[in-house]
Design a protein around this ligand. Structure first.
Ligand code: CTP
Length: 211
């Protein structure tokens, strides 16, 4: 099993890179895709105002223990049930889970995939998507308004109080752990192709000198 971790700041294009690699792997190849976002700790016991005030960009906002537990299950050949997170209400779904199958390739994307040492130890290829902050915030504004039910005022406030400082304290420094840095994320054809070729090499059993 090959486990690829893709980290990067908010709006950097982590999901696009992951999806593009999966597309290029060719028909029939099954890849298990995991978003660290689904492992946000559940705060459904708090009021909406309290939930809105939480720092969602600190590494402790995530239930990485559960994520690592699921990775171990997959590695031992068992399926796992990932939680499903609803950003519009800042809470875990009480009814839905996503089935994770123990495929040859597992791709995990998320803000803190490289900043957590315990999680890092499970990764065979570590990728950091490095996109300019102005591009990332513009994408985030559009996405948060269109998909996450946010206002421009709340995005402005959250970005300055938690998103930016946590990015600078934890996410940007985690870049040093990457094997591969992909500038400009989803637009970097060569970077995506490189990752896809490396992954394919593993699948076809060619000599693999990875970690
Ligand atoms: N977040 C939020 N409200 C929550 C939980 C998380 O606003 N209840 C925000 C955090 O502030 C964090 C972001 O969600 O910065 C994490 O998602 P992001 O990395 O932006 O999304 P992806 O689609 O995974 O990233 P990319 O655009 O790189 O594909």
């Amino acid at each position: 099993m090959l486990i690829i971790g893709i980290a990067g700041g908010t709006g950097s294009g982590k999901t696009t890179v992951a999806r593009s690699v999966i597309e290029r792997l060719g028909a029939g190849e099954e890849v298990t895709f995991i978003s660290q976002d689904n492992y946000y700790k559940d705060h459904s016991h708090l009021s909406m105002a309290e939930r809105g005030a939480i720092n969602y960009d600190h590494p402790f906002a995530f239930d990485n223990e559960l994520l690592i537990e699921h990775l171990k299950q997959l590695k031992s050949g068992q399926a796992a049930h990932a939680p499903v997170y609803d950003f519009t209400v800042h809470a875990r779904s009480t009814t839905e889970t996503t089935l994770l199958r123990p495929n040859h390739i597992i791709i995990i994307e998320g803000l803190h995939v490289l900043s957590d040492e315990n999680l890092r130890q499970h990764l065979d290829i570590k990728v950091f998507v490095d996109t300019d902050p102005d591009v990332r915030i513009l994408r985030r504004v559009l996405r948060d308004i269109e998909e996450r039910g946010r206002t421009i005022q709340s995005i402005h406030q959250q970005y300055l109080t938690t998103v930016k400082p946590m990015h600078e304290a934890f996410i940007e420094p985690s870049k040093k752990y990457a094997d591969l840095i992909i500038p400009e994320g989803g637009h970097n054809e060569v970077g995506i192709q490189l990752l896809a070729v490396l992954t394919e090499k593993y699948l076809t059993g060619e000599k693999w000198t990875g970690a």
